[in-house]
Design a protein around this ligand. Structure first.
Ligand SMILES: Nc1ncnc2c1ncn2[C@@H]1O[C@H](COP(=O)(O)OP(=O)(O)OP(=O)(O)O)[C@@H](O)[C@H]1O
Ligand SMILES: [Mg+2]
Length: 240
């Protein structure tokens, strides 16, 4: 865990008016790992992700990605650089087909259609249901299938880091397990993942590295396994 991080955040602060939602946090993502940021409602998880993606203004702090300072980059530059957030709340475009949604994920790429078609095939291998339903409207997919489509769409941008905001939200436990299993699989193929979750147990189970955020501050960090065994985490988040 001592290698240079792929992405490093230092002193990140985000304020909304008088409310300091993120109060100067530090964390790092290491290549090939799943890192999770867990915490309760309103702790500052989504704000942290939005700040990484350049979608909310940072009051302070620095984001280094692959030895480049990406702190002030426009959102589309961050995406084309390889830091790609899965759309929140499974915001798939319901009146487009599954295939059209996937194609839109590649909008920042300048490579040819052959490469995209190949990537789409890989996504279909990962999520066979998306292949079966490729010509159907995204709006007719179940919640779990829409989450898979949202992940597939983000992968069409050829991310080096995939950011996810509570992919388990609103899904039945068995579907959550499916999604998390797939995230593991994607990770094992080499993709670095940053997973924000309220489902603390499941997130810590699949995470190599984990951070706990409370009211805008990181209060604990360690390996997923360490935090699963931490009495403070068990009391506050795991119902022990
Ligand atoms: N656009 C906004 N304007 C004002 N306050 C905001 C805005 N977005 C978030 N906040 C506030 O910032 C704090 C952190 O919110 P955030 O959405 O980051 O929490 P979260 O950890 O993602 O919570 P949840 O698990 O409920 O999604 C909260 O107090 C929230 O009310
Ligand atoms: Mg949130």
């Amino acid at each position: 865990m001592s290698a240079t991080p792929l992405l490093k955040v230092e002193g990140l602060k985000v304020s909304f008016g008088h409310v300091e939602a993120v109060k100067g946090i530090d964390f790092e993502l290491h290549e090939g790992q799943i890192t999770t940021l867990v915490g309760a409602n309103g702790a500052g998880k989504s704000t942290t992700l939005l700040a990484l993606s350049g979608l909310v203004k940072k009051a302070a702090g620095r984001v280094m990605f692959d030895d480049r300072d990406i702190t002030g980059l426009a959102p589309h530059k961050i995406v084309s650089g390889g830091v790609v957030q899965v759309a929140e709340g499974r915001a798939t475009l319901t009146t487009l087909t599954v295939r059209e949604n996937l194609e839109l994920g590649a909008y920042t790429r300048r490579d040819g259609t052959a490469a995209r078609a190949q990537d789409m095939e890989q996504i279909f291998t990962l999520f066979p249901v998306l292949k079966e339903r490729s010509e159907g409207l995204a709006g007719n997919l179940s919640g779990g299938e829409q989450q898979m489509l949202a992940i597939g769409r983000a992968m069409m941008a050829r991310p080096r880091v995939l950011l996810l905001d509570e992919p388990s939200m609103g899904l039945a436990p068995i579907i959550v397990q499916d999604i998390f299993r797939t995230l593991r699989e994607i990770n094992q193929q080499g993709l670095t993942i940053f997973l924000v979750e309220q489902n603390v147990r499941q997130a810590l189970k699949i995470a190599d590295r984990a951070y706990v955020i409370e009211t805008g501050s990181i209060v604990l960090h360690g390996t997923g396994r360490e935090l699963l065994g931490d009495p403070k985490v068990q009391d506050a988040y795991l119902g022990h």
